[in-house]
Design a binder for this molecule. Structure first.
Ligand SMILES: *[C@@H]1O[C@H](CO)[C@@H](O)[C@H](O)[C@H]1NC(C)=O
Ligand SMILES: *[C@@H]1O[C@H](CO)[C@@H](O)[C@H](O)[C@H]1NC(C)=O
Length: 260
């Protein structure tokens, strides 16, 4: 029964994945705003530019273009609803000074938002960009004159992830489009990722998008819902003050920043 229901999804995924170069860039030409109501540092612009100029979607960007984009993304006010429904947090740093970022993505009901129409899809893209910018700031914070940090450590909790999430075709198209347009940011910025509480839906999803993830796929570790197993893995990879207590970390854990 399950196999029958995922079949159309797999066909769509392969169709969409086959058209990597035709994907319309959702935000490759974002509206440029020159407002700089919030003064950001030149270091942040330079750091952002060092990633953008290596990416496919933004390789043409001049430093000026990057500054406009960063200002626009930074000053955007996310709708309350997105902040409530899609929280994420900066838990700490690992031994290589890579920031540890955590999201309970299994609970993210993206189809529900996508059904609201293209403006909402655009807002989700903006929301994601803003998250990436904040992640970038947390990476920059650990740079010193002699050492640059360029990667992050991610923990994604897939608890609650359901077939309904990957069977909504417009959502699948939206997500794949994002992935195809910006997948190289994973190559550029992902140091290590740990997926916890994965289930058969997550498995189907990743088996299907694996080609689009390229080399980054090797940086991802997958754990099912065996709590003892993934807690032990996290404890091996991270200092306990960078792990929330509910994931096996220390009881005096304090997140650096929480969004949403
Ligand atoms: C980037 O540059 C190439 C070649 O110079 C050009 O063909 C292309 O249209 C430019 N893309 C954007 C998004 O400006
Ligand atoms: C998209 O975000 C903008 C800025 O927060 C907001 O004004 C607009 O209502 C949002 N659109 C939808 C469909 O939620």
């Amino acid at each position: 029964m399950v196999l029958v229901s995922i079949f159309p999804l797999l066909i769509i995924l392969h169709l969409v994945l086959g058209q990597r170069d035709n994907s319309d860039n959702i935000l490759a030409n974002p509206q440029i705003s020159t407002s700089d109501n919030e003064k950001l540092s030149m270091e942040l612009y330079a750091k952002a530019h060092s990633y953008l100029s290596l990416s496919r979607a933004f390789k043409n960007y001049t430093l000026e273009d990057t500054i406009s984009l960063v200002n626009q993304v930074s000053s955007w006010k996310a709708p309350q609803e997105l902040q409530e429904k899609f929280p994420y947090y900066h838990a700490g740093y690992d031994e290589y000074d890579r920031p540890v970022w955590i999201a309970e993505v299994g609970k993210f009901d993206i189809p529900r938002q996508i059904r609201k129409g293209p403006e909402m899809a655009n807002n989700i893209t903006q929301y994601l960009f803003q998250a990436v910018l904040r992640i970038g700031e947390s990476v920059l914070a650990k740079d010193t004159p002699t050492k640059e940090v360029r990667e992050i450590f991610g923990i994604l909790d897939w608890e609650g992830f359901e077939f309904a999430q990957i069977l909504h075709i417009p959502t699948v198209r939206f997500a794949l489009n994002l992935l195809q347009t910006y997948y190289d940011f994973l190559d550029l910025g992902l140091g290590h990722a740990v997926m916890i509480n994965t289930n058969h839906v997550t498995k189907v999803l990743f088996e299907t998008i694996q080609p689009a993830l390229g080399e980054s796929f090797r940086k991802i570790e997958f754990f099912k819902s065996d709590k003892a197993e993934w807690m032990a893995a996290l404890q091996k990879l991270l200092p306990s003050n960078a792990i929330p207590p509910w994931y096996g970390g220390s009881s005096d854990f304090k997140p650096v920043q929480v969004f949403g």
